[in-house]
Design a protein around this ligand. Structure first.
Ligand SMILES: [Zn+2]
Ligand SMILES: [Zn+2]
Length: 330
């Protein structure tokens, strides 16, 4: 028994694709790497492509937050309905959702646009027989979801949706069972209240910590929300900014990878995925965030060695659209 997580949208704030000029520049870089790597023939293109990491060819993605957690038994939990949920819906329409036989669980962290904007385009909403359960800690959950289907914002009214839609208000920090998952909501650090989720299954634990500034760092400051970061195999963490940007944008509600890495070292979190990429961040900007994070990681290791200590091993990477992580392999 275990679970895997698939990320259908990893951008923050607003869906955003590179303008054509940027795409042209990126293609130029890819072509240069092709020839610099010693390739020269069209028949070698596939071999070259296979040797590259996906984001270095296609970027990190353009869609906003949507994650899918799938248990080895096949149960599913969706976290947030950013524009990434449209592609998830397409994949779900190959299964029972297309026949009105799906029982779908959607957990919402908060109601900023980038976490809701895809919900009116979530096709299972429109199919008779599907049951869609929405969960959030915030009492305004139902009003907020209904409000997305209002004219003149959207032509289809909530009342005319064919699926059976239900709303459940979660109690903070109280676990609930959804199929073979246990889900617990903990508060994050964000201007409008935002709740992260700890999802447990088969002895593995996933912590979804986006959007958060990570202003409460110490165990004392985290208080009742500390368990969100404890005994965690995989943490999804907000890393929209560089450290200097974080200082400039205090109280904007987003964090930097170094903050997440320090949390992971202290709480012995095994693997971290950094996400909520800035809408203006191009592939090169996110590569630069990775470089700075690697430099920080090396510096922290050196610091620990100087003090005759050793940091726990923490694997980390930056999220890209379509990325999948199997927790049984962590
Ligand atoms: Zn957001
Ligand atoms: Zn937000």
């Amino acid at each position: 028994m275990s679970m895997r997580v698939k990320y259908w949208g990893v951008r923050g704030s607003l869906p955003s694709s590179p303008p054509p000029e940027q795409t042209a520049k990126d293609v130029e870089g890819i072509l240069q790497r092709f020839f610099q790597s010693g390739f020269s023939l069209p028949s070698q293109i596939s071999e070259f492509m296979a040797s590259q990491e996906l984001p270095q060819l296609g970027g990190y993605g353009t869609a906003t937050t949507c994650a899918e957690v799938i248990s080895s038994k096949g149960s599913q939990i969706i976290i947030d309905g950013g524009s990434g949920i449209r592609n998830l819906a397409e994949s779900m329409m190959k299964g029972p959702a297309s026949k009105g036989k799906a029982n779908i669980h959607v957990f919402l962290t908060h109601f900023h646009w980038d976490h809701l904007i895809g919900l009116p385009f979530f096709v299972p909403n429109f199919i008779n027989g599907n049951r869609i359960n929405y969960y959030a800690v915030q009492p305004e959950l139902e009003t907020m979801v209904r409000g997305l289907f209002k004219r003149p914002y959207f032509p289809v009214s909530f009342e005319s949706l064919a699926s059976d839609i239900r709303f459940y208000q979660l109690e903070p920090r109280r676990p609930i069972k959804i199929d073979d998952f246990t889900v617990t909501a903990y508060q994050l650090d964000h201007p409008d209240p935002c709740w992260g989720f700890k999802i447990e299954n088969g002895g593995k634990a996933y912590a979804h910590c986006v959007d958060s500034e990570g202003t409460r760092c110490s165990q004392e400051a985290l208080g009742p929300d500390l368990p969100l970061y404890q005994n965690i195999d995989l943490m999804y963490f907000d890393a929209q900014y560089t450290l200097p940007e974080l200082a400039e944008k205090a109280n904007w509600g987003h964090s930097a990878a170094q903050i997440g890495l320090d949390l992971a070292f202290r709480e012995k979190i095994k693997q971290v995925i950094f996400a909520h990429h800035d809408p203006g961040a191009q592939t090169g900007d996110i590569n630069e965030l990775q470089r700075q994070t690697a430099e920080y990681h090396r510096w922290r290791n050196k610091q620990a060695e100087t003090n005759h200590g050793k940091l726990p091993d923490v694997k980390w990477s930056f999220a890209y659209e379509g990325m999948e992580v199997d927790l049984s392999k962590i």
